[in-house]
Design a binder for this molecule. Structure first.
Ligand SMILES: NC(=O)c1ccc[n+]([C@@H]2O[C@H](COP(=O)([O-])OP(=O)(O)OC[C@H]3O[C@@H](n4cnc5c(N)ncnc54)[C@H](OP(=O)(O)O)[C@@H]3O)[C@@H](O)[C@H]2O)c1
Length: 309
């Protein structure tokens, strides 16, 4: 049997109890790494089998950030603190979880051309459209590159699109709610919008690959495929017809919005193969059911369904 690539070496995963991070911890442990995790609430973490769990520890900056209510400041300063702490500790490589939100939000980009690692979101446009998530992530990633350059840290960035798949944690995170709301009846219609998706295991794997590949550098878009919200609802209805999934678009006037095209070639060049979105959606819903976050309904029993929801 080949030696595990981790070979007991220590890596640190910040926010280790989160949706993506918990899968990353799991993958790293499977690969033989020793994982040191940072969490804000150690009581919430129930990890992990088949490996070593050294931690958690709670650095000051994480504790301080608890009192900060805004999204932008913690994203920007938290990122800079982590890179600075890594530089101080002599960490060899930092892999930063950024977002596609730092890439595509730009009114001046050519809509025909796939977005790739060279594209950056336009901060003024993020502000005008009040897309504070993309604004915060863009400033945070730009700050990360700046601090890394100044401090000589070897930084590599992963830019995932919307992440779905089974949950390891006990709460529904924002990206899982993207699917959940179409199953509970809380969304009566779907919006006229498109979205790219990726499986959480692929996001974890992407982090490990860019960490382990000596020549990895720059930004890596982590995406499988794009669906219009109508397609998403149709797939969910086929897979789980027992739920009250919307059949109508909120916007009955305009043609369906086309999503941005993207290139995931850089990760494919590192040997990545992506889980198809259909499987990803299936596993997401099954996981919500298994964890008791979504009631399991008898197939097509509408009366039962209305009572349960
Ligand atoms: N999920 C997606 O679709 C997606 C797509 C692209 C990029 N991303 C990025 O990937 C990262 C993880 O996302 P996720 O979906 O895994 O989110 P998640 O499940 O909500 O996890 C977020 C993690 O960050 C920690 N955190 C939040 N605010 C913090 C603060 N002020 N100080 C210290 N720690 C803080 C949380 O700690 P607690 O457990 O203590 O709350 C949690 O562990 C985020 O940076 C997100 O922007 C996510």
């Amino acid at each position: 049997m080949p030696a595990l690539s981790g070979d007991g070496r220590t890596v640190c995963v910040t926010g280790a109890g989160g949706f993506i991070a918990s899968w990353l911890v799991k993958r790293l442990l499977e690969k033989g790494y020793t994982v040191r995790g940072t969490v804000r609430n150690p009581g919430l973490v129930r990890l992990v089998r088949n490996g070593v769990w050294n931690g958690p520890f709670q650095p000051d900056y994480i504790t301080q950030a608890c009192f900060e209510e805004k999204m932008i400041e913690p994203a920007i300063h938290g990122t800079q603190y982590v890179i600075t702490a890594a530089a101080d500790a002599g960490v060899k490589r930092v892999v930063f979880t950024s977002s596609i939100g730092t890439v595509y939000m730009n009114p001046y980009r050519d809509p025909i051309k796939p977005v790739d690692d060279t594209c950056w979101s336009d901060l003024d446009y993020c502000k005008q459209t009040e897309n504070w998530y993309c604004y915060a992530k863009t400033v945070a990633e730009q700050g990360a590159w700046e601090v890394a350059r100044k401090r000589g840290v070897d930084l590599v960035v992963v830019n995932p699109v919307l992440v779905l798949g089974p949950l390891l944690q006990q709460t529904v995170n924002a990206s899982t709610d993207h699917v959940m709301k179409y199953l509970t009846g809380s969304a009566r219609t779907y919006v006229n919008a498109a979205q790219a998706y990726v499986h959480v295991k692929d996001v974890a794997e992407a982090h490990v690959r860019v960490y382990e590949t000596p020549g990895a550098h720059g930004r890596y878009i982590c995406a499988e495929s794009t669906l219009h919200r109508g397609e998403l609802c149709r797939i969910l209805s086929k897979l789980f017809p027992e739920y009250p999934i919307p059949t109508k678009c909120k916007d009955e006037v305009n043609p369906p919005v086309k999503g941005y095209k993207f290139s995931n070639q850089r990760l494919k060049d590192l040997g990545m193969e992506f889980v198809p979105v259909l499987q990803c959606l299936y596993e997401t819903v099954k996981s919500l059911q298994d964890k008791g976050m979504l009631p399991v309904l008898p197939p097509n029993d509408q009366d039962e369904l209305m009572m349960t929801l």
